[in-house]
Ligand binder design. Structure first.
Ligand code: AMP
Ligand code: GLY
Length: 414
């Protein structure tokens, strides 16, 4: 089977790595891909991820049978729709269904209508009204810009002053859309679930991301600074509740509203005293959750995609090992950072690294090209062993241009 993966980050690197192990997959192309994938796939960096017509032409000319779309932007821009119209199978939701990630108000309204547990919220489309609201609302308050923001459109304001500043930041125009949410206390976790129409099949392994830039969950929100799985202190019962109260109901809600969702739905959840509640939905695999989950998944991802398509049972097999992934990012990220710094030490051991933001320069050396740069993996019988190994691999590549958190997976060790 010939498949095409869309995207260029660490999540897509992990997807390509996993799909390359499938007996069902004979050939993998990636658009645009990255230079660390060349030993496992054919990368086509000459085609931009945003050039949907060129992607369609490529898929037709190369007899691609399945396209697997990694990132949110092409999904919310309707790449799946274009390919499906041309008769190509796509793993990833169409534009209408991808609104579940693309629009916070869409997701919140759907959850409210179908009684899916999430933080109370209010949508405010007027800056002055927002300023009035934060004058009296309960604190802390969480402000979320409508639309995609690469994990950076959320501000948690603990004081009135911070809330006012946040309003100024999130309303460059007076009539922007912002969701104001009640702050939820609890531990966050990530559940990926397969969805086809009105039913969901959650991954049996939960992962945990580390969204803040610095140790101890300090600093600004990022796309994710590291992840691990499984999460031993979040019980199977919580996963069951997440399935019963969130995964199945949201699939049914989407169907009832006339949407057809096919792909991975990411449930960003928080375990409150009242049980799991939704922080956000994403229309795709998490990054870096995919890197650790797909490493732990023993069964064949491509087989599961076909089973989902045919509405057959999906019997997942997971390794017994724990997996920890530590992200190294460019100093300055998630704000501005330099590019072009040399990174080395991983090239001979690419099995244990997933690359997000590196490219080869003219001398064929890897240099930084993005904010999040490379994730070092560790596997082990325990989280602690996996963590030790991940940090040993970090130490092989760390340098002055990069930073990383030193506490990835510590929550599981307490
Ligand atoms: P999001 O982009 O919606 O996932 O938000 C980014 C991060 O902000 C989340 O991972 C949480 O750490 C935090 N966050 C978002 N919404 C809430 C909330 N209602 N209560 C507490 N923390 C939140
Ligand atoms: N790791 C969070 C995300 O993929 O949105």
């Amino acid at each position: 089977m010939k498949i095409l993966v869309i995207g260029s980050g660490g999540r897509e690197h992990a997807l390509v790595h996993k799909l390359n192990q499938s007996k069902l997959v004979t050939h993998i192309d990636v658009i645009p891909g990255n230079d660390a994938m060349t030993s496992i796939a054919n990368i086509h960096s000459e085609i931009a991820e945003t050039n949907h017509d060129a992607i369609l032409d490529f898929a037709k000319n190369h007899a691609i049978e399945w396209v697997i779309i990694g990132p949110e932007q092409p999904l919310t821009d309707g790449l799946a729709d274009l390919l499906i119209e041309a008769g190509i199978s796509v793993f990833g939701p169409n534009q209408a269904a991808a609104q579940i990630e693309g629009s916070k108000t869409f997701a919140k309204n759907l959850m409210k209508k179908y009684d899916i547990p999430t933080a109370d919220y209010r949508e405010i489309n007027d800056k002055n009204e927002a300023l009035n609201y934060v004058d009296t609302c309960a604190l802390p308050v969480v402000l979320k810009k409508d639309g995609l923001a690469a994990g950076k459109g959320v501000i948690i304001a603990h004081t009135r002053e911070e809330a006012v500043d946040a309003v100024h930041t999130l309303y460059p125009n007076d009539n922007d859309k912002v969701v104001f949410e009640a702050f939820l206390e609890g531990e966050e976790f990530s559940v990926m679930t397969f969805v086809n129409g009105d039913y969901a099949v959650p991954f049996e392994t939960i992962a945990q991301d580390h969204k803040r830039a610095y140790d101890g969950d300090q600093g600004p929100n990022t796309g994710g600074m590291g992840a691990y799985c499984p999460v031993p202190h979040i019980s199977d019962d919580v996963l069951r509740q997440t399935n019963d109260r969130i995964a199945q109901p949201i699939a049914k809600a989407l169907k009832a509203e006339g949407y057809h969702y096919f792909g991975i739905l990411y449930i960003g959840a928080i375990l409150t005293k009242e049980g799991p509640k939704v922080i956000e939905f994403n229309a795709r695999f998490g990054d870096p959750e995919a890197q650790v989950l797909l490493t732990r998944l023993e069964s064949d991802l491509m087989a599961h995609i076909l089973e989902l398509k045919d509405k057959k049972p999906i019997s997942q097999k997971w390794k017994s090992e724990s997996v920890v992934g530590v992200m190294l990012a460019s100093k300055g990220y998630p704000a501005s950072y330099e590019k072009g710094h040399h990174v080395t030490g991983f090239e001979e051991d690419l099995e244990h690294y997933f690359v997000s933001g590196l490219k080869k320069d003219e001398a064929q050396n890897f240099v930084t090209s993005g904010g999040r740069v490379i994730l070092a993996l560790g596997e082990g019988d325990t989280i602690q062993k996996a963590q030790e190994l991940a940090y040993q691999r970090v130490s092989k590549i760390e340098n002055d241009a990069l930073f990383y958190r030193k506490d990835i997976a510590n929550k599981a060790l307490k």
